[in-house]
Design a protein around this ligand. Sequence first.
Ligand code: 5GP
Ligand code: MN
Length: 313
Amino acid sequence: MLITLQQAAQKIRSVNKILVTAHIMPDGDAIGSTLAAMMILRSIGKDAQVYIDDSVRKNLHALPSFNEIRRPTADETFDAELLLILDTSAERIGNVRKLTDAPTLNIDHHVTNSGAEVDELYLEPDAAATCEIIFKLARELNATITPEIATCLYTGLATDTGFFQFSNTSAETLAIASELIACGVSPNFISEQIESKSLAEVLGLAHALSTLKMYFDDKVAGMMIDHEASKQFESTEGFIDEIRVIDTVDVAFLITEKAPNFCRVSMRSKGVDVSKIANVLGGGGHIRAAGCSLKMSLADAEKTLIAAIGSAI
Ligand code: 5GP
Ligand code: MN
């Protein structure tokens, strides 16, 4: 059921013990929004705990309270009154779903979130990041934004907007970023943490660029990393941005073969709605940034994706 932000705040006020989670393969908005929500909820007297069913990229480990994030273990349970799912629909939270039978409140900004499998959904597709919504939720709850909370929220805003460059950057995004800086955020600390890469990652980027292929009169650019290569580096974060900039390109994609017959797809666009392409392939996301998983070989994933992109452009 779709609800308002006021109703979401009311729901939160009515319970005490809250399990907070976000999507697997967590990004800055997933980690920033869950940690900020946990700190906000604790500051108004709630018992809140973050669980994420995945490892988290090193660049996010310096965030305040990062060490409090737990990962569910086999047969573990968590006796919560509410499961708060942030920055994703319910199907991408892994084994966190098994921790509790508590009612679910979902807060998200992904246009492809249909609200299936949750009790209540507050969806704001125009919000640049879930962190933007959590900032407004803090207001609703009369919570004070500490420098620690502000740092987490700013990280989500910055990462989901490509440091305030993408089309989702609105006047409201910048107004909230401005308030967060007034609350004590150091923008340079966050950008230095987030943009730092290991030597292996930079070498990985060089390898990825060597696989660059162009399609449809250079309107589409793609890179493909096979399993052998993908084992060499921890993250491919940001790789796709290096080919998105090609002047003729509307759609850029990166296919990473994470395991034999299991490929992860990232897409970015300047015009075409890639959330629709991802949706057709069982994934989702935003108009200009979306992704999906394809259970097939790298060569088949390329064919499948190119066919889907071809019917969309
Ligand atoms: P990225 O390419 O950075 O992994 O993802 C781009 C956007 O698409 C993010 O907002 C991400 O949450 C969403 N996304 C990526 N993969 C999937 C997927 O498999 N399913 C859904 N529903 N969304 C995805
Ligand atoms: Mn997000």
